[in-house]
Design a protein around this ligand. Structure first.
Ligand SMILES: [Zn+2]
Ligand SMILES: [Zn+2]
Length: 505
């Protein structure tokens, strides 16, 4: 039997019209269900009123205001998942789906919203990440041992950490540094830290994990996107061991798992008439299984640079430039003094230097596109210091460094460039000494993957690496040939690479 539906139209101060229809009571919340619409003209308002009255009298309430959070809760309660699937899926719902979509009304979620979410996860699984560099803070308190305190040191440490956990500044699920890490960061003996960790574990405040860092006990709260951990006024990034965030793309298979949960939830929402459509039918989760680029980590690159620098300033600078510019090895060997503009922070990549069958050839760059690259102030300072040394040496014998001299050379006047093969060999030696797998190609890979992981535009990354069709030709014609994003890319790469190498060293 059709229900009695009542509706009315009211004009708002703005001149538009609001249409409202009473459509019964929600059996779950026992609240009145009102169907609402707005219209620009009175005529449209009457059409809307008719439509809503019809919907209400049919007992359909597709405008149910249920949020995604509510939908997921109700769906999880009835979903036929086996025990292990349930555990996995509830983890996805809590950590990813609810923080990202929970606040949205289920009926308002459309395919593009899901596509955006999938694209974002593909770039980085951390929802607080916007693609811009940021520091991952760890709320580890500053541990101060008071020599006047009668309690043993381990108890003082235990107390400080207990307080941080109980006050909530260290939250459930937060990872603590390892014993050796925390010992080094806070300059407290490993024995003391170990004892404190044992006491905290016994108290059930932290959970020790075999081969992994301990975590604060309890279920991690879902963090909404864009919300980052706050730090207190006494926070000390150095002693807490805070680090720059490194993006970890979510695996395609994991994103497909999330898609299938959503697909089930929306199918239920349709059956329950909470929504008219299932947006997962138009959304496309990643289907191809793409192998992640085996990029060398910033830490490893930094280790090799430190090792190379210990061997010679030139080799250190060479490898540094490979990492922060992504320039081909031969292009770097072909670099002349005049190609470096330290005042404007630019490097001109014009030639690729190759040795074929004993013949030294200075060729146009691989794609026949010369390009300008931004270099950050740290890199400029490194080059300046390096050139100053060369100039001083030459001045001592009454000579000078010519504009067409090469940046990297083994002869005093820098007239003959390094053989790229020789440079590669030297880099390989340094990498082996640092126990890191790295080839120069790996260095280029490093630049590309770190830039992409850091959320830099692909077109710009292509231009930086001198790939054709990447807009490099256009860049050439600009007065300042380097766009702002390339400057940011340069600074970002230098910062990332400098994490454990001091540029002045
Ligand atoms: Zn910090
Ligand atoms: Zn990220």
């Amino acid at each position: 039997m059709p229900r009695v539906a009542k509706g009315y139209i009211e004009q708002l101060p703005s001149g538009s019209f609001r249409v409202s229809v009473y459509a019964g009571t929600d059996p779950l919340t026992r609240r009145a269900i009102r169907l609402k619409a707005t219209a620009k003209t009175e005529q449209q308002a009457h059409i809307e009123l008719g439509r809503l009255l019809k919907e209400a009298s049919e007992g359909r309430t597709p405008e149910s205001n249920a949020t995604m959070a509510k939908l997921l809760d109700e769906y999880a309660a009835i979903a036929e998942w086996d025990v292990s699937t349930r555990q996995t899926n509830e983890g996805f719902v809590r950590r990813t789906i609810k923080p990202a979509l929970g606040h949205l009304e289920a009926r308002k979620v459309r395919g593009p919203i899901l596509d955006q979410l999938y694209a974002r996860l593909k770039r980085c699984g951390d929802l607080s990440c916007t693609g811009k560099p940021f520091t991952e803070h760890r709320n580890i308190p500053v541990l101060v041992l008071n020599p006047r305190d009668r309690r043993p040191a381990w108890q003082q440490v235990t107390e400080a950490l207990t307080e941080a956990i109980q006050s909530g500044s260290l939250a459930p699920g937060d990872e603590l540094p390892s014993i050796t890490e925390l010992s080094a960061l806070q300059d407290i003996g490993t024995g003391i830290i170990r004892r404190a960790f044992e006491a905290l574990t016994a108290d059930g405040l932290i959970v020790a994990r075999r081969g992994q860092r301990p975590i604060v006990a309890g279920t991690a709260a879902a963090v909404p996107p864009g919300i980052r951990k706050r730090t207190g006024p006494s926070h000390d990034c150095r002693r807490a061991g805070c680090r720059p965030h490194v993006c970890h793309p979510m695996k395609a298979s994991t994103i497909r798992g999330i898609h299938s949960i959503l697909s089930g939830a929306f199918a239920a929402a349709q059956r329950w008439e909470w929504t008219d459509r299932n947006p997962t039918t138009s959304a496309k989760p990643p289907t191809t299984i793409r192998r992640p680029i085996p990029a060398t980590s910033p830490d490893d690159v930094a280790k090799v640079i430190a090792e190379a620098r210990a061997r010679s300033a030139a080799l250190g600078l060479y490898l540094w430039l490979v990492a922060v510019t992504g320039v081909r090895r031969g292009e770097l060997c072909g670099l002349q003094i005049r190609d470096v503009d330290l005042d404007r922070g630019l490097v001109h990549i014009a030639f690729n230097y190759v040795v074929r069958g004993g013949q030294r050839v200075r060729k146009d760059t691989k794609t026949h596109q010369d390009r300008w690259l931004a270099i950050d102030p740290d890199t400029c300072a490194l080059i300046a210091a390096y050139l100053e040394e060369i100039r001083a040496e030459l001045a001592a014998v009454g000579a000078e460094l010519w504009d067409d001299a090469y940046l990297f050379s083994n002869d005093p006047a820098h007239t003959r460039p390094w053989n790229p093969d020789w440079a590669t060999h030297k880099v390989a030696e340094a990498a082996a000494a640092a126990a890191v797998k790295l080839a120069i190609k790996g260095g280029r890979h490093y630049t590309a993957s770190q830039l992409l992981a850091g959320g830099f535009d692909l077109r710009n990354t292509a231009a930086r690496l001198g790939h054709s069709g990447g807009g490099a030709t256009t860049l050439r014609h600009y007065a300042d040939p380097v766009p702002e994003v390339d400057r940011r890319a340069a600074a970002y790469l230098a910062k990332l690479t400098a994490r454990s190498v001091a540029p002045s060293g």
